[in-house]
Write a protein that binds this ligand. Structure first.
Ligand code: SAM
Length: 283
């Protein structure tokens, strides 16, 4: 059994895996415990590109933040920010614009505790332990005061998190609350796990995971024991951008979203299993 590190909250359950720590493992991080590593290895057995997929998602996050800074955005709220790892949003944004301000939000106590540790002494960045399904609580968190000014454009990042929100929790309601407080010119960034085989099954709706076959279904089964994944069709993911018209290049596979170099897309971008897009609230 792993020892609980000094910085971690004392009440962490080290016997149950968490999606945040499995993702940390896929990214090569050190903030994961034996059950997380076991779950990660089971996923890798079924889906050997899981690490590469996590890295492609993370690289998209970096490109999206740099793009937003170039558009003049200086405030970021990173919802489902995860365990800090190489290239956190404040590092990427502040490298381009030292005055950029970032608030991280995560439900996972390990992600929050480690964020607090690395943000100690960092200007213009804070972390909130909150559930994005309660957007009013997120927006009212004292950590936002002094960092986020809602009269100016803000970027809401929901990167690789919405597939952990079931349809019954109505992710569109959270997004509508964020839209209501956002100044014109604000942005919504989403990346979402996706399997093209599902669109053939049920356009517009969230088809039951049972309709997936083979390895995809088995991977969902492994996650179900920790943080269940909700699969959504492309039209359903597009719907989540209601009120935030998509900017170029639209909703695409993560490697296709403004690649850093032309061959950064690779030969089969669909093997990333993650769709990504950026929407902008109209002026
Ligand atoms: N956004 C980061 C990235 O893409 O690199 C981390 C993604 S990680 C796969 C998903 C994160 O979402 C985890 O840290 C998890 O704890 C967090 N999360 C899941 N459900 C959440 C919720 N309801 N509210 C806030 N965070 C949530």
């Amino acid at each position: 059994m792993d020892e609980l590190p000094d910085w971690a909250p004392r009440n962490i359950d080290l016997t149950t895996p968490s999606a945040a720590r499995v993702y940390d493992y896929f990214l090569g991080g050190a903030h994961n415990f034996a059950p997380d590593r076991e779950m990660a290895r089971r996923i890798l057995d079924l889906h050997p590109t899981a690490e590469a997929n996590a890295q492609a998602n993370r690289a998209f996050l970096h490109r999206a933040v740099r793009h937003l800074v170039q558009q003049g955005v200086r405030q970021f709220i990173d919802l489902g920010s995860g365990i800090p790892t190489v290239g956190n949003v404040h590092e990427v944004a502040q490298r381009e614009a030292p005055d950029a301000r970032v608030v991280y939000v995560d439900i996972d106590p390990i992600a929050v505790a480690h964020s607090q540790l690395i943000l100690d002494g960092v200007r213009n960045a804070a972390v909130v332990n909150a559930d994005l399904r309660r957007p009013k609580e997120v927006l009212a968190a004292p950590q936002l005061a002094g960092l986020i000014d809602f009269s100016e454009p803000v970027a809401f990042l929901m990167v690789a998190v919405l597939h952990f929100i079931p349809e019954s929790d109505r992710p569109e309601d959270t997004i509508a609350e964020l839209h209501a407080v956002a100044a014109p010119g604000s942005y919504l960034v989403i990346s979402h796990g996706y399997d093209a085989r599902l669109d053939a099954v049920g356009a517009g709706a969230a088809p039951p995971a049972e309709q997936l076959a083979g390895e995809g279904k088995e991977v969902l089964g492994v996650y179900r024991r920790a943080d269940p994944i909700t699969v959504r069709t492309r039209p359903r993911i597009e719907q989540l951008f209601e009120g935030w018209p998509l900017v170029e290049p639209g909703l695409v596979w993560v490697p296709q979203w403004h690649p850093d170099w032309p061959d950064g897309v690779g030969t089969d971008p669909s093997s990333s299993y993650v769709l990504a897009g950026m929407g902008r609230k109209a002026d």
